[in-house]
Design a protein around this ligand. Structure first.
Ligand SMILES: C[S@@+](CC[C@H](N)C(=O)[O-])C[C@H]1O[C@@H](n2cnc3c(N)ncnc32)[C@H](O)[C@@H]1O
Length: 269
């Protein structure tokens, strides 16, 4: 049977047919796919190049996809009304996301020290959230605080939304592509954790656009201290230099927090 649709439609369909990328936002695949098709006319080669880029900006971090339905059932069973009831299970689930997992050894220290430097936090926006919303039991938020989260993965975002509902935290989770549109929720704190290097692989101007556009009083912007395979390769210094460039010309207060696995900056706009 002949293939239907434009080359870009065929590319999106082919990428989404693979188990690894079935749940990635079609709009995001189309953005990357259009760039790759513009570089070469060959559809098969463009499909491969699109998958490679998707791997770099998301797939590499997913690790083993958890059984979200089973995880939700276990969370429901363990919840007795306090977020702290869920700590052991949240740790287990967060371990399945390669990037979120790197923070686990310093989780309490990470949120304790950064949020300690802030007035009471009543709302959070977690951009490119991965499984980080499951760190809510370690976040010292004000009672009744709202939590908003977005990512390019439809299944992950649906799970995070169910989790927020289960623990009675208002807000919500949705599919986003912040290369195309910066979320405009007004919040006390926006978390931009280890996201900028992913965005800037696709569009060098995307990090600055995001930091400028977020409607938050404070931003927590972080960078990995090592690559996923564990090599350090001078990464913290390179990322710090890039972060300082992004801050040029901005009259914002910056505080620096260095952890073993992550370099974070608290930016007060
Ligand atoms: C390195 S991981 C960090 C995950 C999480 N912020 C953390 O630190 O635990 C980057 C995340 O950004 C998401 N992402 C990549 N490109 C994105 C985009 N254009 N818009 C929204 N999310 C994106 C990926 O799916 C992935 O979950």
């Amino acid at each position: 049977m002949a293939e239907q649709g434009s080359p870009l439609e065929q590319l999106v369909a082919a990428v989404r047919a693979s188990a690894r990328y079935r749940h990635v936002s079609a709009g995001f695949i189309a953005r990357i796919g259009a760039q790759e098709l513009a570089k070469r006319p060959n559809l098969k080669a463009a499909i491969k190049a699109t998958k490679d880029r998707l791997h770099q900006v998301g797939g590499a971090y997913r690790g083993t996809r958890p059984d979200y339905q089973a995880s939700l059932e276990r969370l429901r069973g363990a919840f007795r009304g306090n977020l702290s009831d869920l700590r052991p299970l949240c740790l287990e689930i967060m371990r399945t996301h390669a990037s979120t997992r790197e923070r686990l050894p310093v989780l309490a220290e990470f949120y304790g020290s950064i949020f300690d430097a802030l007035p009471p936090v009543r709302s959070v926006l977690d951009v490119g959230c991965g499984l980080n919303p499951l760190a809510l039991p370690w976040m010292p938020l004000a009672p009744g605080a709202a939590y908003y989260a977005c990512d390019i993965y439809e299944d992950l975002v649906a799970f995070v939304g169910e989790f927020l509902g289960l623990v009675g935290v208002s807000g919500g989770a949705w599919v986003c592509d912040v290369l195309g549109e910066v979320p405009r929720q007004k919040v006390d704190v926006a978390l931009v954790l280890k996201l900028i290097p992913c965005l800037e692989q696709i569009d060098r101007a995307a990090g600055r656009r995001l930091l400028d556009g977020l409607n938050a009083d404070h931003l927590v912007v972080s960078f990995p201290a090592q690559s996923l395979c564990g090599a350090r390769k001078g990464m913290p210094a390179t990322y710090e230099a890039r972060f300082r460039e992004l801050m040029e010309g901005r009259d914002w207060r910056v505080r620096r927090f260095a952890f073993s696995s992550e370099l974070a900056f608290l930016v007060s706009k």
